[in-house]
Design a protein around this ligand. Structure first.
Ligand code: ZN
Length: 279
């Protein structure tokens, strides 16, 4: 083997080490599960309730990044890795409630035509959320995609016009209509379009099925199939779909479930804990 310059030798451990998200094995969190030595470049196949799990190389080890659904339960849990059970534990996390009033009542109680459209929009969005680009290794550090205050936390138990709906699967950032939305990490645009509840939306696969999602956009500046670098403009903040005002809704997904984006963010860009936030 040729001798490498010293500075390259010093870099090697860094190149082999992914910067992992926080290990936060709660509903809506990420379980970072070590799977053993990485002796090849082909990661083991890991599945969680039948869905393929992102596996990355870190410090010579394979590590699974398991997205735990917000509706998941605390207690013993397992991954299936190359056909064998691999156990880990989910711990409890409680999320507060949020009660919202939506002026456009059709966005809460859609009419029959809306319901037809909503049904047609399930498959393409589900496919984007479950996309798995196995040829790309993800950069797992996600930068805040828009400048602005956080206006709604991840995981809130939601009520629209006093009716219970799905919990909040992302982070909301308030900003004026037209504010540019920047890609938080490199990736591939796997869906870009207009949907009934989400309005103008973009889905990105950052590699190994690490997905991010942006919705309620005023305008979309990228196309399906396009590669983006960190900082590229994806579109503009808007108020399309089911909203109370202009903001970006940003989600991060693993194995087909939304997890807390802040687990991937640099510390100084994360939202404050619930108690100090005003809404
Ligand atoms: Zn939101």
């Amino acid at each position: 083997m040729r001798c490498l310059p010293t500075f390259l030798l010093l870099l090697l451990p860094l190149l082999a080490t992914a910067q992992l998200p926080d290990h936060s094995p709660t509903p809506g969190g990420v379980a970072v599960v070590p799977l053993g030595p990485a002796s090849s470049d082909t990661p083991p196949r890991a599945d969680y309730y039948g869905k393929r799990v992102s596996v990355v190389k870190n410090d010579g080890q394979w590590v699974a990044l398991v997205g735990i659904p917000l509706k998941g339960q605390a207690g013993p849990d397992k991954l299936i890795v190359d056909g064998r059970a691999h156990h880990f534990t989910v711990t409890h996390r409680d999320y507060p409630e949020q009660w919202l009033t939506i002026k456009n009542k059709r966005k809460v109680n859609p009419n029959p035509d809306d319901l037809k459209r909503i049904r047609q929009e399930i498959a393409p969005q589900r496919a984007a959320k479950r996309h798995f680009d196995e040829n790309t290794w993800p950069d797992l550090v996600m930068h805040k995609p828009v400048d602005g205050p956080y206006s709604s936390h991840f995981g809130l138990k939601r009520f629209f016009n006093e009716q219970p709906r799905n919990p909040h699967g992302g982070l909301d950032i308030a900003a004026a209509t037209g504010t540019p939305i920047k890609a938080p990490a490199p990736g591939l645009v796997v869906e870009a379009g207009d949907f009934f509840f989400n309005g103008n939306s973009v889905f990105i696969d950052h590699g190994q099925g690490v997905i991010s999602f942006y919705c309620h956009l005023n305008d979309i500046h990228v196309k399906k199939g396009q590669r983006v670098e960190r900082g590229d403009t994806l579109g503009e903040v808007g108020a399309t779909g089911r909203v109370t005002g202009p903001h970006l809704h940003w989600s991060v997904g693993l194995n087909g479930t939304w997890v807390d984006p802040s687990l991937f963010m640099p510390d100084d860009q994360r939202p404050e804990p619930y108690s100090t936030q005003t809404e």
